[in-house]
Design a protein around this ligand. Structure first.
Ligand code: NAD
Ligand code: FE2
Length: 381
């Protein structure tokens, strides 16, 4: 058997009401002054007040930084890092954007290393403050990944990838996602499914722990993303989607994602479309492109998303791709690039941008050339 390594967050608490343990966890870590990182949408949805009150009620001094915006821009991350300077713990509450910002703020707090030197894999030298992450979307899995994505400049996204970004604890409370709008439920849920698929087919770090997590994630997500989209108040569906997203996060943290994400990022960078939506726009086209190399693995995944699949490897792989298209369709995510103000003239530039995502493309089961990327965008247009 091939050797592998696997890492994850050491303390994961899941269940309706899981956030109630937060004050005790902080006190246990000796924290007194806490920075709570979130965004205005979370405040507006009424999710911030109970957490803030529970912390103040427990005698902790809480400062709220609610200026996070989607796809965190670098200057905002730096401001959040400043806000963390006199604190002794950081809490992230929200979707991937507040969680990624909280991770970096916890690293920037001690002023030991500028953000500009942290981009890339294993570049972090700074120590970080204690960090607890509380997701309110079931999508990125950021609560258990060693990754933070920042929008640098106008259109580019850069990642900080380092074990230092594994939080001390993740608190998963499905009740926090009850009010998540249906279209965000759909987009973030598809993102999570893509994490599981790309982890399972990744070219270099595929490992048996990630494989098991990815398959269980897909099994859960293929049922519960659709269920949560249709009935947002159903805690079984919300819990299934949240658990699935977290398992997919653990999987791809150790078996990294590939061409779907590489081709999705330029769409987010240039057109400011939500991360999950951009994934769904290219997903079926990348899966079909990958079939010559990935059919045997896709055939295995067919059991998790299309239980009835049978026949040859090719037939089961096709059933898998078809089932993913059906799920996207059912949650309103089977759309085309042209519906989002993207003109045909943009496709060459998008393909050039995608080729810059070498960190991701190297993980794809089939090599992607510039011409291949243009062809995929063409089919998605
Ligand atoms: N760190 C990682 O491993 C990782 C992985 C994938 C993506 N990402 C990054 O994560 C970001 C995307 O995160 P996201 O998709 O979770 O979205 P997000 O955090 O950008 O949030 C999207 C919107 O949903 C709202 N929202 C969130 N939870 C809500 C709730 N429960 N009720 C009502 N509204 C709610 C927010 O206020 C916001 O307006 C991107 O920057 C992406 O690059 C990170
Ligand atoms: Fe993603």
């Amino acid at each position: 058997m091939k050797p592998f390594t696997f890492q994850t967050v050491p303390d994961i608490r899941f269940g309706v009401g899981a956030t109630a343990t937060l004050p005790d966890m902080l006190r246990g870590r000796g924290a007194k002054r806490v920075l709570l990182v979130t965004d205005k949408g979370i405040r507006g949805a009424g999710l911030l007040a109970p957490v803030e009150e529970a912390l103040s009620g427990a005698g902790l001094s809480v400062t709220v930084f609610d200026e996070v915006v989607a796809d965190p821009p670098e200057d905002m991350v730096l401001r959040c890092g400043e806000a963390a300077k006199d604190k002794d713990a950081v809490i992230g509450l929200g979707g991937g954007s507040p969680l990624d910002t909280a991770k970096l703020a916890a690293l920037l707090a001690k002023g030991q290393q500028p953000l500009s030197e942290m981009y890339g894999v294993d570049q972090v030298r700074a120590e970080r403050l204690p960090l607890i992450l509380i997701p309110t979307t079931a999508g990125t899995g950021s609560e258990v990944t060693p990754i933070a994505i920042v929008t640098t400049g106008e259109t580019t996204k850069s990642g900080v990838v380092s074990p230092a970004l594994y939080a001390d604890a993740a608190l998963l409370d499905p009740a926090l996602t009850r009010g998540l709008p249906a279209e965000v439920t759909a987009a973030t849920g598809v993102d999570a499914m893509v994490h599981a698929i790309e982890a399972y087919t990744t070219a270099h770090k595929k490992n048996p722990v990630s494989d098991a997590l990815a398959r269980e994630a897909l099994r859960l997500l293929s049922v519960h993303v659709r269920g949560a989209f249709e009935d947002g108040n159903n805690d079984d569906h919300r819990g299934g989607a949240m658990l699935g997203a977290m398992l997919a996060g653990q999987a791809f943290a150790n078996a990294p994602v590939a061409a779907v994400h590489a081709l999705a990022y330029p769409l987010g960078g240039r057109f400011h479309l939500p991360h999950g939506l951009t994934n769904s726009l290219v997903l079926p086209h990348v899966l079909r492109f990958n079939l010559p190399a990935a059919a045997p693995l896709y055939a295995e995944l067919a059991e998790d998303v299309a239980g009835h699949a049978e026949g040859s490897v090719e037939a089961r792989a096709e059933a898998f791709v078809g089932a993913m298209e059906d799920i996207c369709e059912a949650v309103g995510m089977r759309r085309r690039l042209r519906e989002f103000g993207i003109s045909h003239n943009h496709l060459p530039d998008l393909a050039e941008d995608a080729m810059l995502q070498t960190r991701l493309l190297q993980n794809n089961p089939r090599e992607v050339t510039l011409e291949d990327a243009r062809g995929i965008y063409e089919r998605a247009w």
